[in-house]
Design a binder for this molecule. Structure first.
Ligand SMILES: [Zn+2]
Length: 89
């Protein structure tokens, strides 16, 4: 992936939310003729909004994420009094 624009930063006025924007083109190893992904999830590791569209070699990707991991047992973020082990990525 060759980014023409790449930006990743914390979202202002939020505590754990970040955004990531990537616009660019793939080199000769491109695989998708066309791709469109749209999703928004919660209660999950790095949950957030995801948008991706690509056509031929060009791509536009925008997503947001929470920088925490979700504990399925406690049903809360690992940093919110969860007693389970944090794991490495
Ligand atoms: Zn837990």
């Amino acid at each position: 992936m060759n980014d023409i624009i790449y930006s990743e930063n914390k979202i202002p006025y939020t505590k754990n939310k970040f955004y990531d924007l990537q616009i660019g083109y793939y080199d000769k190893s491109w695989t998708d003729y066309f791709k469109f992904n749209l999703s928004w999830n919660r209660n999950f590791d790095h949950a957030g909004f995801n948008f991706e569209i690509s056509l031929w070699i060009f791509y536009f990707i925008f997503y947001t994420y929470d920088n925490r991991h979700w504990c399925m047992d406690c049903e809360k973020w690992k940093d919110e009094n969860c007693t389970h082990e944090e794991y490495e990525e």
